[in-house]
Ligand binder design. Structure first.
Ligand code: ZN
Length: 403
């Protein structure tokens, strides 16, 4: 016997297919670089209102938030609607803000990372509100988050911490090529700082060179990167010296200040404490007095809201048997005919929801992660249609209201 809930939902999504495609086109045509999202946020909020959402507004940070339903289980769908910039050196075969469709594919900045999810969420909300009115058995928040490209995690951190919306489950719209993604490597930034004593270059024996203090440490960090072991399912962490800064009274003097900037990707079992411990061991080996610190990331949203957070974005991963992952796999099977799981290589807003708050989080969206931030971004429209079916059905499967 055919499942009634999914049949009813899918036939409504089918009716909205053309609206879905024109909505993604509109979202692509509104340029929304990080920090410049006002126009797209206002567009999304007004569309949500016209679809009859129970609530639609932008929050104190500038995120677009829509809500449908008032049920006990709170589910949050998040798609960041900011994009990275189009640079002059990129070669785009189609205008990046044209929303050009050719042979069933759409091209443009953000068609992978990650506006399609937002279009899919909005249409899902529209049809669920239409079918169920005030009788939805769950609460579904549809978030268009801002500034994610500059501050992964912060927009959702803000919603949970300052707007007091605490979801039980989160679904992210970062590209997964219609697979169920269940984790990502974490990342952090660190600085190692050494000070010395300046002296004239002609009397360098009187000085202590801060650069020389860090030289063996740089070489140990290079070796450490090669020693890091892969762990399932996230693979291997990494450590990179991304910048070296030094200061001296003049270029004819001994340098009395040297600072390294490090990028650290963390796999399963690696966290802030373990990363700092590793570096402390290296510093101790050379009896160095160099200091380790974790810098802050800060900025301002389009609404003028200032934010600041430590540059530590924890690793997170959920087991394939986790109820959220299972429900997503089942929904994927029903909506797309396939069910595969995977993980992201890059970082997402999950660093806040899953990493900081421990809220079960997954991802599902069209598009290939490796095309993100490139002039090759392309979207198979039929995949967006499948994703919209998934987004509409998933909350019912998750809350066991799908029969
Ligand atoms: Zn993204």
């Amino acid at each position: 016997m055919k499942n009634e809930v999914s049949a009813k939902i899918f036939s409504e999504v089918e009716n909205e297919k053309e609206n879905l495609f024109s909505l993604i086109q509109k979202l692509i045509q509104i340029r929304s670089y990080s920090g410049e999202e006002r126009e797209i946020v206002e567009f999304i909020v007004s569309e949500m209102k016209s679809y009859g959402f129970d609530e639609a507004y932008h929050d104190g940070f500038g995120n677009a938030i829509g809500r449908i339903g008032n049920g006990p289980v709170k589910i949050m769908y998040d798609a960041h609607i900011d994009t990275v910039k189009v640079t002059e050196t990129e070669h785009w075969a189609h205008p990046p803000f044209g929303g050009v469709i050719e042979n069933g594919k759409m091209y443009g900045r953000g068609v992978v990372d990650e506006k399609p999810a937002m279009a899919g969420f909005m249409i899902a909300g529209k049809i669920l509100k239409k079918i169920y009115g005030d009788n939805l058995p769950f609460t579904l928040y549809l978030v268009g988050s801002v500034l994610e490209e500059d501050a992964d995690g912060y927009p959702l951190y803000h919603i949970i911490q300052n707007e007091k919306i605490k979801p039980d489950f989160v679904l992210l719209g970062e590209p997964t090529d219609l697979k169920v993604y269940r984790g990502q490597r974490g990342r952090m930034e660190l600085k190692i700082t050494a000070t010395g004593k300046s002296a004239h270059g002609a009397h360098n024996q009187k000085g202590i060179n801060a650069i020389y203090k860090l030289a063996p440490i740089i070489s140990e960090i290079e070796k450490l990167d090669k020693k890091l072991k892969p762990k399932n399912p996230l693979g291997k962490g990494s450590i990179t010296v991304s910048q070296v800064i030094s200061k001296a009274p003049s270029v004819c003097s001994v340098s009395d200040f040297c600072q390294l900037h490090l990028d650290r990707r963390m796999t399963v079992g690696e966290n802030k404490n373990s990363v700092i411990k590793e570096l402390k061991a290296i510093i101790k080996k050379y009896k160095s007095d160099a200091k380790i610190s974790v810098p802050d990331v800060e900025g301002v949203s389009w609404k003028g809201t200032h934010f600041k957070q430590e540059a530590y974005f924890p690793t997170w991963v959920f087991d394939e048997k986790h109820p959220l992952v299972s429900a997503a796999m089942q929904s994927s099977k029903t909506a797309t005919g396939k069910a595969k799981s995977g993980v992201w290589s890059f970082s997402t807003n999950g660093v806040a929801t899953a990493g900081h708050f421990g809220i079960p989080t997954i991802g599902f969206a069209p598009g290939k992660e490796e095309l993100s931030h490139s002039s090759k971004e392309e979207l198979l429209l039929e995949d967006l249609f499948k994703a919209a079916k998934f987004y509409s059905l998933f909350p019912f499967v998750l809350t066991k209201n799908d029969q």
